[in-house]
Design a protein around this ligand. Structure first.
Ligand SMILES: [Zn+2]
Length: 69
């Protein structure tokens, strides 16, 4: 399930934060429970926003294509 409040869609991606490098890493849904990971549905994964100065690193998720391209 998506970890966003009031969202009940199925999660398709896992978001983890790399505070050292100020990066948000969006990757395939984690099989294990990541302590610092947030599971997101497709919509929230696409609308992901990060603090100013941060970068978003996207790995391909479920065959999505053209994100940001
Ligand atoms: Zn969601």
């Amino acid at each position: 399930m998506c970890s966003r409040v009031a969202c009940s869609r199925d999660a398709v991606a896992t978001l983890t934060y790399d505070y050292g490098d100020q990066m948000a890493v969006l990757g395939p849904l984690a099989v294990t429970n990541e302590p610092n990971g947030y599971d997101l549905c497709a919509i929230h994964a696409e609308r992901l926003s990060v603090p100013q100065g941060w970068q978003i690193l996207r790995y391909s998720v479920l065959g999505e294509r053209g994100l940001g391209a």
